[in-house]
Ligand binder design. Structure first.
Ligand code: SAM
Length: 326
C-alpha cells in the first residue's frame, strides 16, 4: 500500500506508534477515505448492515430486534429504496444479499449482543467501547446494568448522520452514551481517554465488521491498544477474515449481488494487505481466546447462514478474548 507513515502519541507513555495515515493512494484507500459519511465509501456499509438488521427485525423468527435500523435506511438518499423487509427483496430469502448476507448480519448482531450483555453482567465491567460503531443502536436497544457507559467510535460524518436520525425519533439511550468522532487510523486513544474512558477499570470492547477495512498497522495498533487499556477482567470480541487471498471469492454470489444490487464493492473497500494474527497476538499477551466460524452459531441458534460453494463468508471468524484476572 502506498500510504505514508505517521507519528502519533500512543497511551501510557508509549510514544511514536506508527500507523498508516489516510493519505494512501491505492484504490481501496481512496474509496474508504474520501467520503466521511454514510453516502459512500466504507460508511455506506453501515447502511447495508442497518438494512440487514431491519430485515432481521421483521422476520418471524428473528434473532435480534433493532427498531431503529429501518429509519437509518429510509433517511439516507443512498439507501432510501433498499428493502427493509424480506418480502420487498427480489427473490426474497434466495437473494444472496438480502437473504443469506442479511441472515449473517442478523446472527452476528445476536451473538455480539449476547457477548456484550454477558460480559457486563458477569464481569462487572461498566464501560463498553464500540469500535467502528456505525449505526449500531445497542446503547438504545439493550438492557444495560446501572452505571454502564457506552463509547461509540466512528468517523464524524457517520456519527452525525446517526444523531440526526435518532434525534428525529427522540430515541433515549438505556445507558450513558459517549460518541467519539475519530478516525481509527489516527490516534484515537487520546480521544477515548479525553471522553472519560477509565484505564483503571475493566472494559468490554467490540470491533464488529471493522478490522478488514483497516490497514494492517492500524489493526495491530488497535489490538495492542485494547490490550494496554484493558485491566484484567476485560473482554474483547472482533471479526476477521482469514483468507490468504481475498480475491479468491470475487465471483461469489454474495460479493456480486452486493456490488450489483446496491453498488457496494466490498473487495474494493477491504484492505488488501496481509492481515496480522490478532487472535494470536492476544494469546501471546495472556488473553484466553476462542475463534469461531459464524456457522458454529447458525447451528446453535437454528438460524443463520450455512456453508456453500464459492462462499465469501468462508474465511470469516468471530474471535472472543478474555484478559485473565491474575
Ligand atoms: C460494516 S460497518 C459496521 C458498523 C457496525 N459495527 C455494525 O456492525 O453495525 C463498518 C463501520 O466501520 C467504520 N470504519 C471503517 N473504517 C474506519 C476508520 N478508519 N475509522 C473509524 N471508523 C471506521 C465505518 O464508518 C462503518 O461505520
Amino acid at each position: 500500500m502506498a500510504g505514508t507513515a505517521h507519528r502519533t502519541t500512543g497511551v501510557e507513555g508509549v510514544e511514536n506508534t506508527t500507523v498508516e495515515t489516510v493519505e494512501d493512494t491505492t484504490a481501496e484507500g481512496v474509496a474508504s477515505t474520501t467520503v466521511d459519511g454514510v453516502e459512500g465509501g466504507v460508511g455506506l456499509t453501515a447502511l447495508m448492515v442497518a438494512a440487514a438488521r431491519a430485515i432481521e427485525t421483521h422476520h418471524h423468527d428473528s434473532l435480534a430486534q433493532d427498531v431503529y435500523a429501518e429509519h437509518f435506511v429510509r433517511a439516507a438518499p443512498a439507501s432510501a429504496d433498499w428493502p427493509v423487509r424480506i418480502q420487498h427483496a427480489t427473490d426474497g430469502d434466495a437473494n444472496p444479499l438480502w437473504g443469506r448476507f442479511a441472515r449473517y448480519f442478523g446472527l452476528r448482531t445476536r451473538v455480539l449482543d449476547d457477548f456484550l450483555l454477558r460480559s457486563v453482567h458477569t464481569r462487572g465491567a461498566r464501560q463498553v467501547v464500540l469500535l467502528g460503531a456505525g449505526l449500531d443502536t445497542r446503547a438504545f436497544r439493550l438492557e444495560w446494568p446501572p452505571g454502564c457507559v457506552i463509547f461509540e467510535i466512528d468517523r464524524e460524518g457517520v456519527l452525525a448522520f446517526k444523531h440526526t436520525v435518532l434525534d428525529g425519533l427522540s430515541a433515549t439511550p438505556k445507558a450513558a452514551r459517549v460518541p467519539i468522532p475519530v478516525d481509527l487510523r489516527a490516534d484515537w486513544v487520546a480521544a477515548l481517554t479525553a471522553a472519560g474512558f477509565d484505564t483503571a477499570a475493566p472494559s468490554v470492547w467490540l470491533a464488529e465488521g471493522l478490522l478488514f477495512y483497516l490497514p494492517n498497522a492500524a489493526e495491530t495498533y488497535l489490538i495492542d491498544t485494547v490490550d494496554r487499556l484493558s485491566t484484567p477482567g476485560s473482554a474483547l470480541a472482533f471479526e476477521v477474515k482469514i483468507e490468504k487471498d481475498l480475491m479468491e471469492y470475487r465471483d461469489s454470489p454474495l460479493y456480486t449481488a452486493t456490488k450489483h444490487q446496491i453498488g457496494i464493492d466490498l473487495l474494493h473497500l477491504f484492505n488488501r494487505e496481509p492481515r496480522p494474527d490478532s487472535a494470536g497476538h492476544l494469546a501471546d499477551r495472556g488473553w484466553a481466546t476462542s475463534v469461531h466460524t459464524p456457522f458454529d452459531f447458525t447451528h446453535r441458534h437454528g438460524r443463520g447462514p450455512l456453508p456453500e460453494q464459492n462462499d465469501a463468508l468462508a474465511g470469516n471468524r468471530w474471535v472472543f478474548a478474555d484478559k485473565s484476572r491474575p
